[in-house]
Design a protein around this ligand. Structure first.
Ligand code: NDP
Length: 335
């Protein structure tokens, strides 16, 4: 049946300015890293994307290598765009990236102008788009001069293939350097996409301050630490979970007894707040106004809906934050 989005969708979501730019992003965005590839049921992914849009999620995040196989998430998303979102392009913020291995030989990985420009062209073809809204360099490449990578990003914007550019997985120092070059070129860095969750607080050390200083937005990926910060693994490792699937990036070995005990305690705190642990983990990120959007993943509509409801309760009492910090204790990754 033809898709017709909910009329009141924009009243249901909170939108935040991305840094000091004019672009607003939904407080919760949806990423297509897992669950939307060639190995996944297409119709499930399609229903999740539609439901997200109905809830006011305007931002969908992809990368050249999402799948598996690499590229298939973009192909599937392109199909959805063609069938369900044909008239809605101006209401969507679509991002993609290049920076990790994509094709064999010296030009399918890293940060060279050669790789970035051809990769984006391929992403556009796969999604059937003329432009993406945000194009990211996916990770810092020590073998390519930062100037070359930033000049490629600048060129991509000038060619109209992306409206904005962003950085992902760059350290605070690498970000400072890249941002200064981009500014000189006249294409400001819109956004940074780092990993950030209760289980990985590395960016609190300095990256968040750097982003704030330069007016750059922050979209936090893997906010549930790939599902660990939920009730998913409290009773074992389900076969249909990310850690249970052969193609999942989360490895069984990462689910230690110590981590599970900590997650159980966090789950109890969440219960006292009348939230699921997943909701508390998302709210906890959004309490910091430097975080523009939380970039979630979901394998079902139920998960998506549960996560979006986090927005109903983002306030934390001081005592709650202290309790959470106490539980996270030494496990906080501050390095
Ligand atoms: P999350 O930490 O949100 O993990 C998502 C997974 O958690 C889901 O697939 C599901 O696992 C589980 N989950 C989600 N909601 C619930 C819930 N309410 N209850 C129980 N379990 C739940 O994010 P991701 O790791 O998926 O990352 C999100 C996005 O961030 C990616 O799609 C991608 O766009 C981006 N990203 C970017 C990276 C980068 O280098 N720039 C790297 C990684 C991600 P299950 O499948 O087991 O059901």
């Amino acid at each position: 049946m033809a898709y017709s989005p909910l009329r009141n969708r924009y009243e249901l979501m909170q939108y935040n300015h991305c840094g000091r730019s004019g672009l607003k992003l939904p407080a919760i965005s949806l990423g297509l890293w897992h669950n939307f590839g060639g190995v996944d049921p297409y119709e499930t992914g399609r229903r999740i994307v539609r439901r997200a849009f109905d809830a006011g999620v305007t931002h969908f995040d992809l990368a050249n290598n999402y799948g598996p196989p690499g590229g298939s998430a973009e192909v599937n998303f392109g199909r959805m765009l063609a069938t369900d979102f044909k008239t809605l392009r101006d209401e969507l913020i679509i991002s993609t990236k290049a920076g990790y291995y994509m094709w064999p030989g010296p030009y399918g990985d890293g940060g060279s102008r050669k790789y970035l420009i051809s990769s984006l062209d391929k992403s556009l073809q796969r999604m059937g788009l003329e432009y993406v809204d945000i194009f990211y360099h996916h990770r810092f490449d020590p073998e390519t001069p930062v100037e070359e990578t930033m000049m490629a990003l600048d060129q991509i914007v000038r060619q109209g293939k992306a409206l904005y550019v962003g950085l992902s997985n760059y350290s605070a120092e690498q970000t400072e350097e890249a941002v200064a070059i981009l500014r000189k070129l006249g294409t400001p860095c819109l956004i940074h996409q780092p990993r950030y969750s209760m289980l990985d607080r590395t960016i609190e050390v300095s990256l968040l301050d750097v982003l704030d200083k330069h007016g750059i937005g922050c979209i936090a990926y893997s906010p549930l630490a790939q599902g660990l910060l939920s009730n998913r693994y409290l009773e074992g490792i389900p076969e249909d979970s990310r850690a249970g699937k052969p193609s999942g990036f989360l490895k069984k070995e990462e689910i230690s007894l110590e981590k599970l005990q900590m997650i159980q305690k966090l789950n109890e705190i969440a219960g006292k707040r009348h939230q699921s642990l997943a909701q508390m983990a998302i709210s906890w990120l959004l309490k910091d106004k430097r975080v523009t959007s939380v970039l979630i993943g979901a394998s079902s509509i139920q998960q998506l809906e549960n996560n979006i409801q986090a927005l109903d309760h983002t306030h934390f009492e001081k005592a709650e934050l202290e309790m959470i910090n106490q539980v996270l204790g030494k496990s906080q990754n501050h390095v």
